[in-house]
Design a protein around this ligand. Structure first.
Ligand SMILES: [Zn+2]
Length: 256
């Protein structure tokens, strides 16, 4: 079956899927899903590359998450670069960014490793997937300094102002299962006006299961629920959301 919809951000290489990874993948394929699988450490980036090389209609991004930026060494930049250049199914750099909620790595380290990987993506002319939490101002400043505007804010949970800024700079906004949560009225209100041609959807599996599966391990087929809620909110059919987000993924990740 060809792809009719993308889960634009899921971590199928994660150990959470070790017991039944093939079943989860097959369930996704039966629904016609294509999968984008970002790394978050060097090890998980390598696992993402191995996973996509063994599975049809899946592509990888490689990068180091802000949580782990304290472990980033100069050699890692070279390895990331090599993967992007040598691996045909690696389509971007991610997930990278800033997270001031957990602060697993010091702020200054997060900032420099984020900027370094943004510049790498710019050098290689590939898109990025950005994670940002409680760090909108610095995220925007670093992105503008790096001057690279081919990317997506993944699992968007930010402010309307931030969304507007990123859209103006040419970025895409990706919504996850969070948009289905009862408490997420403000987020749904943003989803309502994000233009159809800048919209992506994702699960961020194994995290953030949409309602009514909240708290359980998430998996890519639940992106259908995200599409449904977005469609309701925007007053489009789910098919229109499938088609729009699919051409957006194609434009962002696959155009040279
Ligand atoms: Zn993620």
């Amino acid at each position: 079956m060809t792809v009719r919809l993308y889960d634009s951000h899921c971590h199928l290489q994660d150990a959470e899927f070790s017991p039944d990874r093939e079943e989860v993948y097959q369930r996704a394929r039966q629904e016609g899903l294509g999968l984008l699988v970002p790394g978050y450490t060097m090890e998980s980036s390598k696992a993402a590359v191995q996973f996509v090389n063994a599975h049809q209609e899946t592509w990888a991004l490689v990068g180091v998450h802000p949580h782990d930026s304290k472990d980033f060494i100069a050699d890692d930049r070279l390895t990331l670069r090599q993967w992007v250049l040598d691996e045909p199914k690696v389509v971007g750099v991610g997930e990278i960014g800033l997270d001031y909620h957990y602060r697993h790595s010091p702020e200054e380290v997060q900032k420099s490793i984020f900027e370094d990987q943004l510049c790498l993506a710019r050098e290689l002319n590939v898109p990025v997937s950005v994670h940002t939490r409680e760090a909108e101002e610095d995220t925007l400043a670093i992105i503008q300094r790096a001057g690279w505007h081919r990317g997506v804010i993944h699992c968007f949970t930010g402010t309307a102002d931030f969304a507007r800024h990123m859209l103006e700079l040419g970025w895409y906004i990706s919504f996850s299962g969070v948009v289905t949560f009862k408490s997420a009225d403000a987020l749904r209100a943003i989803a309502e006006w994000v233009p159809m041609d800048r919209l992506l959807i994702e699960t961020d599996a194994p995290y953030l299961s949409p309602a009514p599966w909240r708290g359980q391990r998430n998996e890519p087929i639940h992106v259908l629920r995200v599409a449904e809620v977005i469609a309701q909110q925007k007053n489009y059919s789910t098919k229109e959301v499938y088609d729009a987000t699919m051409s957006n993924v194609n434009r962002l990740f696959f155009l040279p």
